[in-house]
Every structure is written in C-alpha cells, then in structure tokens.
Write a protein that binds this ligand. Structure first.
Ligand code: NDP
Ligand code: 8X3
Length: 261
C-alpha cells in the first residue's frame, strides 16, 4: 500500500507485540517516523530495528506505562524533543486480565484492565493532544474491540472498558470538531496475538482454545486497516470500524473446523 504517510509522525502505544508491533512495521513501510512505547523496552528495540529495515524515516523507542500518569507524561516530554507535531496517534496498549464471572472476579484484574484500557487512553491522549491541535488532518485511532459492542460471560470488565473506549472516542470527536483532528476507533474481533496468553496468565492450553479450529485475524490485518484509516484524505474520518475474521459471525457464533458436533 503506497500512501501519503511518508515523513509523517506516528506514535503507537503497546508497540512491543501484536497489533502495535505490526502497525509500527506497516507505517514504517510507508516511510513514516514511528514513535514506539510499551513497558518491555527490549522488545521495542527489536521492533524499531525491523521498522528501520522496512523503510521508516526514523524509529524511536521509550518505556511507557500507560497505567501511570507520571510515566505517560515523561514519555510525552520525550516525544516533544523529537517532534513539534504528531500526525497519527494510535492508542493500542491494552488487554484483558482473567475471564472470571462477576461473582468470582479479582480486584487486581479489574483494576489493571481499567487502568490500561480506559484511563490509559485518556492519559496518553491528554498528553499528546497539544501536538495535534494545530495539525488539521491528523488522526487519533483508538483500538477498541467487538467486546465493547457485545457482552459475553466472563467479559464484564473487559467489555466495560472497551465500551468506555468507544464512548471516549465519540466524546473526543465532538470535542475536537472544528480542529480538523480526526478521531476513530478500530474494533477487532478475536485475533491471534499475545492477548489470550496475557488474559489466561500464560496458560497456553486455554489460550490455544480461543483460536482452535478457526482462522483468526492476524496483527497484519489490523495494521493494514490502521494504515488505510490514517491515509484517507483529510476531509474523510473513519469513525468506527468493526473487523472480524470470517469464522466469527458473532461473539457467540464461531465456526470451528476441528470441533465435531
Ligand atoms: P498483545 O498482548 O500482543 O499486545 C498488547 C500490547 O499492549 C503490548 O505491546 C503490551 O506491551 C502493551 N501494554 C499492556 N499494558 C501496557 C501498559 N500498562 N503500558 C503500556 N503498554 C502496555 O495483544 P494485542 O496486540 O492483541 O492487543 C492490542 C490491543 O488490541 C489491546 O488494546 C487489546 O485489548 C485490543 N484487542 C485485541 C484483540 C485480540 O483478539 N487480540 C481483539 C480486539 C481488541 P508491554 O507488555 O511491553 O507493556
Ligand atoms: C478481544 C476480542 O472477543 O476476546 O478484544 O474479547 S474478545
């Protein structure tokens, strides 16, 4: 995909794996500058090297914990030493912790999901917005989920925070109307990344079960979608995009080839 993204400044949270890492590589292949944040800096360094090989105008990494206002603000101060404007902000950092019912849920899992998926989007956006307000045509792209649109058993808090992400996206679009800054959400169904291993705390058998017998979305599918959204002409805003693998017709309706009924 050759676009108008060469030389643009693109910041991606949660760039150390999954969607974030693939998105970094995809924007790099368009010749963008990519600014990468996450907690695992060694992984970010690997992704940055791949980005340079792929043709990035520049690839820059710094530790970022979106669950901390201090870390987020330090990251933003560092970003301001690199560039005076941001063209694309991708709020991708997030994930689920546990799949317990409300009756069996654990405070630490609830709090971790709220901090990262909900407050993380707020903190990062507040810190980076000053670099976007005088930059019409820039884009804020948040990563939501099908879980923000449809509830499922064991998903109460994760569904809740992704639903909050959708409302943050809609509120922000209203607040920024007239500035030329575009605000959108890309909401995937299940995709094979480190997501399930994180959710099930390293239990590979449980994690594999999520994708069993299906052909799930890949990180590259989401990365391509984000490049497409960000490269629309400035008068076009992709507000909300739900993207699922073909096998997932709905959250409770998944075609699994290896399962015999
Ligand atoms: P991964 O687990 O592969 O990636 C999650 C990324 O988020 C990692 O880079 C991780 O980096 C980062 N992250 C987690 N916590 C923090 C934190 N406190 N501060 C900074 N970065 C953090 O999963 P995905 O790529 O699948 O997930 C990316 C996004 O997509 C998430 O928001 C997820 O909820 C969403 N999503 C995923 C779907 C799926 O099925 N995979 C479907 C729909 C949405 P590190 O640990 O190094 O900090
Ligand atoms: C991840 C997709 O269906 O596992 O956001 O919640 S799902």
């Amino acid at each position: 995909m050759k676009t108008n993204l060469a030389g643009k400044w693109v910041m991606i949270t949660g760039a150390s794996s999954g969607f974030g890492a693939a998105t970094a590589r995809a924007f790099a292949a368009e010749g963008s500058h990519v600014i990468l944040g996450a907690r695992r800096v060694d992984r970010l360094e690997q992704v940055a090297a791949e980005c340079r090989n792929a043709g990035a105008a520049g690839a820059y990494v710094h530790s970022l914990d979106v669950a901390s206002t201090k870390s987020t603000n330090l990251f933003a101060e560092w970003v301001k030493t690199l560039t005076t404007k941001m063209d694309v902000l991708i709020n991708n950092a997030g994930g689920a912790h546990g799949a317990e019912t409300v009756a069996n849920g654990k405070d630490e899992d609830w709090e971790a999901m709220i901090q990262v998926n909900f407050l993380g989007v707020m903190r990062v956006t507040r810190a980076i917005l000053p670099l976007m307000l005088n930059n019409p045509g820039s884009s804020i792209l948040n990563i939501g989920s099908i879980a923000g649109r449809v509830a499922y058993e064991g998903g109460s808090v994760y569904c809740g925070v992704k639903s909050a992400e959708l409302m943050i996206t809609r509120s922000l679009r209203l607040e920024l109307n007239g500035t030329g800054v575009r605000v959108g959400t890309v909401d995937p169904g299940f995709a094979e990344t480190e997501f399930a291993m994180v959710r099930f705390k390293g239990d590979k058998a449980k994690s594999d079960k999520v994708y069993e017998g299906t052909e799930p979305l890949t990180s590259e599918d989401i990365a391509e979608t984000l490049v497409w959204c960000a490269s629309r002409p400035p008068h076009v805003c992709i507000d909300e995009l739900l993207i699922k693998c073909t096998d997932q017709a709905a959250i409770h309706k998944v075609h699994r080839r290896s399962v015999t009924k």
